[in-house]
Design a binder for this molecule. Structure first.
Ligand code: ATP
Ligand code: MG
Length: 381
C-alpha cells in the first residue's frame, strides 16, 4: 500500500479537494483507495456526505468511551473507494498525544493492520503543522503539497520541507515530496509568473499535472459528490484524472522491480541521442543541423477578435499551458509557429481560459472526456 499525505499548513490551498478527487480518480483507474480524513474540520467527510460519528479519535484516544478498531470506522464511498471519517474530537488528539512517548508514531502503529488491503491511502491533513500532520507524514511514503498559484502561497512550502527534514533526521523516515499546482487560472498573467518561479525553485519535485480553477470542483463538494460523478467531462475532472495517471506512472518508475528496466531504458535513450564527445567541431555542427532539420515549423491560426488571451496546448507539449504557447494577437487573428517533428498531434486552443477545438480544421476526433481534439500531421520529407 502506498501512503500519501496531502499537507500544507496554509489553509484553503486545495488539500481536501485534491484528497477527495484524487482518491476517486485513482479508484476509477482500478486502484483500491482509502481516504483518511485527519482534519478535525472534517471537510472531506462532509464533502462526501459521510457521517462522521466515529473517527480516528475512537481508535487512538485513551479517553474515549467507545473504543473501536480502525477497520470498524471505515465507510464505503464508491466502488473501490473507502473513507476513514473525521469529526471535531480528532482535534483533541493534538493535546492528548502531546505528553505521550512515541506520539509521532501513533498513526503508523494503528495503520499497520491495513497494510495490504488497499493500493493507496491518501491522508487529508489539517491546515497546521501539529502532531496530527507530523504523524501523517511519518506514516507516509510520499507527500503532496498543494500550492495555490492564484495567490502568494509559496511561503509555507519551505516550512513544511523543514518538518520533512526533521522527520528524516530525528525519526529516520524519508518521504518523497511533490508539489502540486492548484487553482491555476490561465486568464491571469500572475499565475504564469508564479508557475515559472515554482519551476525554477522546485523543478525536480513539481508534478507535471496542473489543477486549474474550476467551479465544478466547488459545486461538487457542496452537493457531497466527487467531481467525476458530478460532471465527468469538466476541466476539474480531467485534471484529477491526469494527476491519478501521473502518480500511477511515477510509482511504476520508482518501483524496485522496475529499476533495472528503467536503467536499461536510460541507456537506450543515451544511445539514441547524438554523442558529441568524439566528434570534431565541424561534425558536431553537422549533427546539430541534422537534428534541427527534423523539426518543421507549423503555423496555428485562430480568429478570435474578442479574446484577450489565446494559448495552444496539445500532445506536442504534454497538454501544458505556458507562455511559450501563447499566440500573438494580430488584430484579432491569433498566430503561433511551433517547431514539430514528423508525427500526428492532437491539440486544442484555450481562449480566455476556455478549451476549444480549431474551428477551421476538419481533422478532429472525440476524446475520452467527450470534447473534441483537433489533429495535425507533420509529414516526413
Ligand atoms: N481547482 C479549484 N477550482 C475552484 N475552486 C477550488 C479548487 N480547488 C479548491 N477549490 C475550492 O477552494 C476552497 C478551499 O479548498 P479546499 O477545502 O480543498 O482547501 P484546503 O486546503 O483543504 O483547506 P483547509 O486548509 O481549510 O483544509 C473550497 O471551497 C474548494 O471548493
Ligand atoms: Mg481541507
Amino acid at each position: 500500500m502506498k501512503i500519501i499525505s496531502i499537507a500544507n499548513q496554509k489553509g484553503g490551498c486545495g488539500k481536501t479537494t485534491t484528497a477527495i478527487n484524487l482518491a476517486s480518480s485513482l479508484s476509477l483507474n482500478g486502484k483500491k483507495v482509502l481516504l483518511f480524513d485527519l482534519d478535525p474540520q472534517a471537510h472531506a467527510s462532509l464533502g462526501l456526505n459521510i457521517d462522521g460519528q466515529n473517527s480516528i479519535y475512537n481508535v487512538i484516544s485513551r479517553l474515549t468511551q467507545r473504543k473501536l478498531k480502525l477497520e470498524e470506522i471505515i465507510q464505503r464511498v464508491e466502488n473501490n473507494f473507502d473513507i476513514i471519517p473525521s469529526n471535531i474530537l480528532v482535534g483533541t488528539l493534538e493535546q492528548e498525544l502531546a505528553d505521550e512517548i512515541g506520539r509521532e508514531l501513533k498513526l503508523t502503529e494503528v495503520m499497520s493492520s491495513l497494510k495490504n488491503q488497499y493500493d493507496y491511502m491518501l491522508i487529508d491533513c489539517p491546515p497546521s503543522l501539529g502532531i496530527l500532520t507530523v504523524n501523517a507524514i511519518r506514516a507516509s511514503d510520499a507527500l503532496i503539497i498543494p500550492v495555490e498559484t492564484s495567490r502568494f502561497s509559496m511561503q509555507g512550502v519551505d516550512h513544511l520541507m523543514d518538518v520533512v527534514h526533521l522527520i528524516k533526521d530525528r525519526l529516520n523516515h524519508d518521504v518523497h515530496c511533490r508539489i502540486l499546482i492548484t487553482m491555476f487560472d490561465s486568464r491571469l498573467r500572475h499565475s504564469f509568473a508564479m508557475l515559472s518561479t515554482m519551476k525554477q525553485r522546485f523543478s525536480d519535485i513539481l508534478l507535471d499535472t496542473i489543477i486549474h480553477v474550476n467551479v465544478k470542483l466547488k459545486e461538487s463538494a457542496v452537493v457531497g459528490k466527487t467531481v467525476n460523478f458530478y460532471d465527468k467531462y469538466c476541466r476539474g475532472s480531467k485534471d484529477y484524472y491526469s494527476l491519478a495517471k501521473e502518480l500511477i506512472c511515477l510509482e511504476k518508475k520508482t518501483a524496485p522491480a522496475d529499476a533495472p528496466a528503467v536503467e536499461k531504458d536510460k541507456k537506450e535513450e543515451r544511445k539514441a541521442q547524438p554523442q558529441f564527445t568524439n566528434l570534431s567541431s565541424r561534425m558536431q555542427e553537422l549533427v546539430i543541423n541534422e537534428s534541427r532539420n527534423l523539426f518543421k515549423m507549423k503555423r496555428f491560426v485562430l480568429k478570435a477578435p474578442q479574446a484577450s488571451s489565446v494559448y495552444i496546448t496539445g500532445s506536442f507539449n504534454d497538454w501544458a499551458l505556458d507562455e511559450n504557447y501563447r499566440l500573438q494577437d494580430n488584430g484579432g487573428v491569433w498566430e503561433i509557429d511551433i517547431p514539430l517533428k514528423p508525427g500526428l498531434y492532437k491539440y486544442q486552443f484555450v481562449v480566455d481560459g476556455v478549451w476549444r477545438e480549431d474551428p477551421v480544421n476538419t481533422q478532429k476526433e472525440r476524446n475520452s472526456f467527450g470534447d473534441i481534439n483537433s489533429l495535425v500531421e507533420v509529414e516526413h520529407e
